[in-house]
Design a protein around this ligand. Sequence first.
Ligand code: GSH
Length: 200
Amino acid sequence: MIRLYDHPLSGNCYKVRLALNQLGVEYEKVTVDIFKGEQNSPEFVALNPNRKIPVLVDNGFVIWESNAILLYLGKRFFPNRIYSDEPKTFGRICQWLLFGKTTLDPALARARFMTRFVPEEARDPKELEALRESGRTALRVLNEYLKENEFLAGSYSIADIGCFAYVSTAEEGGVSLSDFPAVKRWCERVCSQPGYIPIY
Ligand SMILES: N[C@@H](CCC(=O)N[C@@H](CS)C(=O)NCC(=O)O)C(=O)O
């Protein structure tokens, strides 16, 4: 049995839900109310000492960090259409998953969080604008690549899933996709993949 510790509004959890759905894997969802601090309960900290969702438990094997979970699922349910072990394709998958985690998500996820969940009077407008600008810089990199490539690692893969989550919610954080037409077309291609589910 696979169990996912999840929250419906979390982009990082959405990556895992989307991959599981596209792999056709049955799983059980446990909602962790991060707005009430349930990630700090002793039971949850025993699973993830870093106190964040998503956490996946596969028959007793516990793994956290969304993009690591995507790699795990790709290999665990190999062969499948969203993962490849071929060295160059695998390298490209890792490249974009790491770009997602180090460059795209920190800007876009944080801008979304501040815009949606932090009351206006408690926001630092300079910090928010800096995050949005970093998000646009990351989107420019993605847009250039997607002018020449349909997907991030050859065919549709976990690399696309990893980057899609916070790109698809960028506008909630005040980052418009209108200046990034190749990214918009890629989003449409991702949405038309078999087993696609929206974040909400
Ligand atoms: N690098 C982690 C980030 C996970 C993360 O930030 N999760 C958020 C929800 S999207 C969370 O659990 N926040 C609760 C907290 O930071 O206290 C990953 O990709 O899994």
